[in-house]
Design a protein. Structure first.
Length: 196
């Protein structure tokens, strides 16, 4: 099993949270990719109405907690893509494994859907989960930090492996960004000092 990435979903300028969720989840649920929709499962939501339920949960969370962020900084949901080597697993087994991974990864506190795509040579899951909990509790929203280690000691097996892989990737990106910032500052300092 290979897990490729964790993608955050933001509301784009001029687009609503509901529009972003509808587009993302409708793509994941595409009947041509999911055996007519048979390979889509949901947790704390119905796959058929998941984007509406996600949008309502997000509105309730925002209204209850008062937490608002700029659309480009507000992570609405995360997408995990879980891929399997060709011929190693059935679509039904892949969907069950994706469901188990999602449940372990988020600790059972957030809504999600698992859509198993069979339109490529390899089977892969699209696991979309909402950052705001359906039963609003101000301390249980997922952020970029808690998405890496959402349930600490409760994580086992594949979820723990995914968390460590994502943490290494995030640290490498942050290190590269800091290195680039240091180089830019050093160049700016040389330009500045050279003019004196």
């Amino acid at each position: 099993m290979a897990i490729s990435k964790l993608n955050p979903r933001h509301a784009s300028e001029g687009r609503s949270i509901a529009a972003v969720l509808a587009e993302r989840i409708d793509y994941s649920r595409n009947p041509e990719k999911t055996d007519g929709g048979l390979l889509v499962t949901g947790y704390q939501c119905s796959p058929e109405t998941a984007w509406q339920e996600f949008a309502i949960s997000k509105q309730i969370y925002t209204a209850t907690t008062g937490r608002r962020r700029a659309p480009d900084k507000d992570v609405i949901s995360y997408l995990i893509i879980q891929s399997f080597e060709s011929g190693t697993i059935t679509p039904e087994e892949a969907n069950k494994l994706g469901y188990k991974l999602a449940l372990e990864f988020i600790g059972g506190e957030h809504q999600f859907i698992v859509a198993t795509h069979i339109d490529k040579k390899h089977i892969h899951n699209h696991i979309e989960f909402l950052t705001a909990p359906p039963w609003t509790a101000p301390t249980s929203s997922i952020t970029s930090r808690t998405a890496i280690f959402p349930c600490g000691k409760l994580m086992t097996g594949s979820a723990r492996s995914l968390a460590f892989q994502l943490l290494r990737t995030q640290r490498k990106k942050e290190s590269t960004m800091r290195s680039g910032q240091r180089k830019r500052k050093a160049r700016a300092g040389r330009r500045c000092c050279g003019r004196l």
